[in-house]
Design a protein around this ligand. Structure first.
Ligand SMILES: [Zn+2]
Length: 88
């Protein structure tokens, strides 16, 4: 038996406005904004691209931070292990 697709209403089903980071204050604002509602900065054409780059940079530094934290935990673990061997 074939299921007949109901014609979908597209009104109100559109994806929510994408949120990007304001290049000025780095708060999340709608990608369609021309003026930042948070800090009032005027957003010139192409600011979305700039915002994505900022988001990418933030994500990259976050990954870097997590990696460093991982090494730190590993280092501390190794240190504790060595101590337990040589002091015990
Ligand atoms: Zn802003």
């Amino acid at each position: 038996m074939l299921l007949r697709r109901h014609p979908l209403k597209t009104d109100g089903l559109q994806a929510p406005a994408q949120l990007l980071l304001c290049p000025s204050c780095r708060k999340k604002i709608a990608s369609s904004a021309t003026i930042c509602p948070k800090c009032g900065a005027t957003l010139g054409p192409g600011w979305q691209w700039q915002a994505r780059k900022i988001a990418d940079d933030l994500a990259a530094s976050d990954r870097r931070l997590k990696r460093v934290a991982g090494y730190l935990v590993l280092g501390l673990g190794a240190y504790a292990w060595f101590r337990s061997i040589f002091d015990g």
